[in-house]
Design a protein around this ligand. Structure first.
Ligand code: ADP
Length: 447
């Protein structure tokens, strides 16, 4: 087992990882920017190292500074959380060169799956169903021809994309060439990689993803699916498991596809296979996330499996002790992501001091957060404040419990607003209640 784990992240996920490390009896090192000097993880971890100024490029994305902190504190493993360096093959390589274990898949696997075009090629070979589209990045003319062949609408996506950015839906062939060039430029700006590709756009789809766990000994299981259909600008807001009202047998087929895909890729660690589900019951592979997901707690709530613990054990070389028949999800879990944003101002971020903070509590409620009274939300990072997670035996009861928990949850500050009321509105929407919603629900609600 590891002597000491460095947590190369911030916010709620850094706190989440520190908690499991403590349960495992493994000392932790928090790294932080100057903006996060007084953060919750700095208080919770055994040691803390300041690695740079607030801009992520100079702190949480600064691989050399993170590695130096690991060397200086004698950490022999790094948990990267999500975002930042978590899916960087270069960082994985640098960790290996420094003799430090990165808790996640190897650099070559990360590289093969992190690039959406090479992931598409790999999963096509593994026999997973994919939406019609290009396998290789294309130039504008070839892309337009392909778009015409597969039929509009299409979506142009950055090969290196992530976080719902670097994507453009095109309904009108006349604007395709302009949109294509614009997406290339955006991709270059955001990801330093202008390669884009084209696939069929499913206007009425649900986002359903499968959690897998694979060890380094050839064992792989899936832990069921999560429905992440409630999104705004391709970013998830509410997630639930199981995915409600799927056609019989579909979740099992998707689970098997994910395990086959993971084995074909030589995947080791916790990973997520994302799919789109069409109203006709077809499902299509979208991408693999080579890290812990924001929404992992819903899977933990129904399976009783601590995913961060499994990540750490797998990275330490242990064999999986969970077999597929051991995975028997119970009940329903829902997660709401509460962001420091003002829905009335186009969801603009609302950083600033937090004067009052009341997390929800009570039966079957879990709150993953880094916020406390007196906390100052820095303007430099994403706006996630807390994840409110509830469990209940059935979906209606879980929705009622989430409504109750959202009403209890309170963050107040002179400039801070949150999305909690907006999320309550989504839970009340008849389309969400009756599972008639698609990834366009939030756009439809906002009109
Ligand atoms: P990212 O890596 O940026 O998260 P994804 O490829 O996972 O991007 O897509 C994010 C979201 O965008 C999906 O959950 C879905 O709502 C939407 N999306 C992506 N591709 C398609 C598609 N071909 N058709 C319809 N919606 C799509």
């Amino acid at each position: 087992m590891f002597r000491k784990i460095l947590i190369a992240n911030r916010g709620e996920i850094a706190v989440r990882v520190a908690r499991t490390c403590r349960e495992l009896g493994i000392p932790t090192v928090a790294v932080h920017s100057t903006a996060d000097r007084d953060s919750a993880v700095v208080r919770l971890a055994d040691e803390a190292v300041q690695i740079g100024p607030p801009p992520p490029a100079q702190s949480y994305l600064n691989a050399a500074a993170v590695l130096q902190a690991a060397e200086q504190t004698g950490a022999d493993a790094i948990h990267p959380g999500y975002g930042f360096l978590s899916e960087s093959p270069d960082f994985a390589d640098a960790c290996e060169a420094a003799g430090i274990t990165l808790i996640g898949p190897s650099a070559p696997v990360m590289a093969a799956l992190g690039d959406k075009t090479s992931a598409r090629a790999l999963m096509t070979r593994a026999g997973l169903p994919l939406l019609p589209g290009s396998v290789d990045p294309l130039d504008a003319e070839a892309a337009r021809e392909l778009a015409t062949t597969i039929g509009f609408p299409v979506i142009i996506k950055a090969a290196a994309g992530g976080g719902g950015r670097g994507m453009q839906v095109v309904h009108d062939p006349a604007v395709f060439a302009d949109d294509f060039r614009r997406t290339q430029a955006t991709a270059q700006m955001l990801f330093g990689d202008g390669r884009v590709y084209v696939e069929k756009y499913l206007a009425k789809a649900r986002h359903v993803e499968v959690q897998v766990l694979c060890d380094g000994h050839g064992n792989a299981v899936h832990l069921g699916e999560r429905d992440c259909t409630v999104q705004r600008r391709h970013q998830k807001l509410i997630e639930e498991t199981p995915a409600p009202h799927l056609p019989d047998g579909l979740a099992e087929r998707m689970g098997r596809s994910a395990v086959e895909g993971a084995l074909a890729a030589g995947y080791v660690g916790a990973g997520t296979f994302e799919f789109l589900v069409d109203p006709d019951g077809s499902y299509y592979f979208m991408e693999v996330n080579c890290r812990i997901q924001v929404e992992h707690p819903v899977t933990e709530m129904v399976t009783g499996i601590d995913l961060v613990r499994e990540q750490i054990l797998i990275a330490a070389g242990a064999e999986l002790t969970i077999t597929q028949p051991d995975v028997r999800p119970r009940g329903v879990a829902i997660e709401c992501r509460i962001n420091a944003e003002d829905p009335a101002a186009g969801f603009a971020p609302t950083p600033g001091p937090v004067e009052e903070f009341v997390p929800a509590g009570g039966p079957f409620v879990r709150v993953d957060t880094h916020v406390f009274p007196g906390y100052r939300i820095p303007p430099n990072y994403d706006s996630l404040l807390a994840k409110l997670v509830v469990w209940a035996p059935e979906r209606d009861a879980a929705i009622a419990r989430m409504r109750r928990a959202l009403a209890e949850f309170r963050v107040r500050g002179p400039r801070v607003s949150t999305t909690s009321e907006f999320l309550s509105g989504v839970l009340d929407d008849s389309r969400f209640r009756s599972v008639a919603h698609t990834t366009s629900l939030v756009d439809e609600m906002l009109g």
